[in-house]
Design a protein around this ligand. Structure first.
Ligand SMILES: Nc1ncnc2c1ncn2[C@@H]1O[C@H](COP(=O)(O)OP(=O)(O)O)[C@@H](O)[C@H]1O
Ligand SMILES: CC(C)(COP(=O)(O)O)[C@@H](O)C(=O)NCCC(=O)O
Length: 321
């Protein structure tokens, strides 16, 4: 374990835990996930194997469930304290523990968020876990076009940040049922009349590129102010660019062949042309967003997962408590 240097010369707020130390944390409990369940969670990747799950993500899910129980205990004690003076109802219910998952396009956020949802739900303290992605809060394409932002999809200004903040505030304050709009990667747009409904979970995971952004001038709060814990998924930019391109090529041979896909016009490209197209989108949109908007938020995370070129986590940076 060592002090980390994600901090511009200041004494680092993080403890850096290398892979083998972190793996030693894996509880002796049996992995609460079968091989079949795991296969369903893999998404498009082949490397997310049982070893990675048990050495990295199982301890992480345990740590998160400890933080969630800690928050619930704190709520219980403060309710008792404030309830004695009649300031709050003694029966006031603990509100959901909210986890943000941030990082570049194609770094593996959705794979990790889906896995954490499954693992967390298997711990006794956090059985009800819901997951939303911030793409549901992108402005619809028509509005992005009106604002001249079609080339900036995924940049902070391409989201309806007020609606996202309202959504998470409502979940966090214990509302019975809260609705999020739905974004389709197939249509590359918000789908009218579709929605995701969140009903008082124990844990809400909010996954998205920009969830760690602080409030901008003139705004009192950002969604990051409502998180109880945040995870930043980190890797070398050149590796992420390759993962982006690999995923693009796989989609080109799969989802893009669907005539309803926004990217159907790319289905007939040769591999070299498709690769060039992926690199062009990466260079014009996703890399500048990573460098200018996403990376600068890394030091705000509660925990940073550092991945190697094959997606294996090489170290974990945990904010000192
Ligand atoms: N742990 C992993 N092992 C192997 N491949 C992975 C892993 N995580 C993600 N991938 C692959 O990397 C690409 C990007 O992952 P994804 O979760 O879709 O990223 P994001 O949600 O950040 O855009 C996908 O092709 C995915 O299958
Ligand atoms: C939909 C996204 C903005 C990601 O949104 P998120 O859920 O992280 O808020 C991104 O996957 C995307 O489509 N970016 C636009 C550039 C591109 O097509 O890769």
């Amino acid at each position: 374990m060592s002090e980390s240097a994600v901090s511009n010369g200041f004494s680092s707020p993080f403890l850096e835990i290398d892979r083998s130390e972190w793996a030693a944390l894996a509880p002796s409990t049996r992995l609460p996930l079968s091989e079949t369940e795991l296969v369903q969670l893999r998404g498009l990747g082949d490397l997310l194997d049982l070893r990675e799950v048990s050495e990295v993500y199982l301890p992480l899910s345990r740590l998160l469930s400890l933080y969630a129980s800690g928050a619930r205990n704190l709520h219980r004690s403060t309710t008792e304290f404030l309830g004695a003076a009649g300031v709050v109802e003694p029966t006031s219910r603990s509100t959901p523990f909210v986890i943000g998952v941030a990082g570049s396009v194609a770094v593996g956020k959705s794979t990790i968020a889906r896995l954490l949802r499954e693992l967390l739900a298997r711990w006794d303290d956090t059985p009800r876990v819901e997951l939303i992605t911030t793409d549901g809060f992108l402005y619809p394409n028509a509005e992005l076009e009106r604002r001249g932002l079609m080339e900036r999809k995924g940049f902070p200004e391409s989201y309806d940040r007020r609606a996202l903040l309202r959504f998470v505030s409502q979940v966090k304050s214990g509302a019975k049922e809260v609705r999020s709009p739905f974004y389709s990667h197939l249509h590359y747009d918000i789908v009218k009349d579709a929605e995701i409904v969140v009903r008082q979970p124990d844990v809400l995971i909010v996954e998205g590129l920009n969830v760690l952004q602080p409030a901008t001038a003139g705004h009192r709060l950002a969604v990051s102010d409502l998180f109880d814990f945040t995870v930043y998924v980190d890797a070398r930019t050149a590796d992420i660019a390759r993962w982006y391109s690999d995923r693009f090529l796989r989609l080109q041979q799969g989802a893009f062949t669907n005539p309803r896909s926004y990217f159907h016009r790319f289905a007939e490209l040769s591999t070299a042309e498709a690769e060039a197209r992926a690199q062009d989108i990466w260079k014009r949109i996703n890399e500048p967003n990573l460098v200018n908007n996403i990376l600068p938020t890394r030091a705000r995370a509660s925990l940073v997962l550092r991945k190697d070129s094959n997606h294996a986590v090489s170290s974990v940076l945990l904010r000192k408590i």
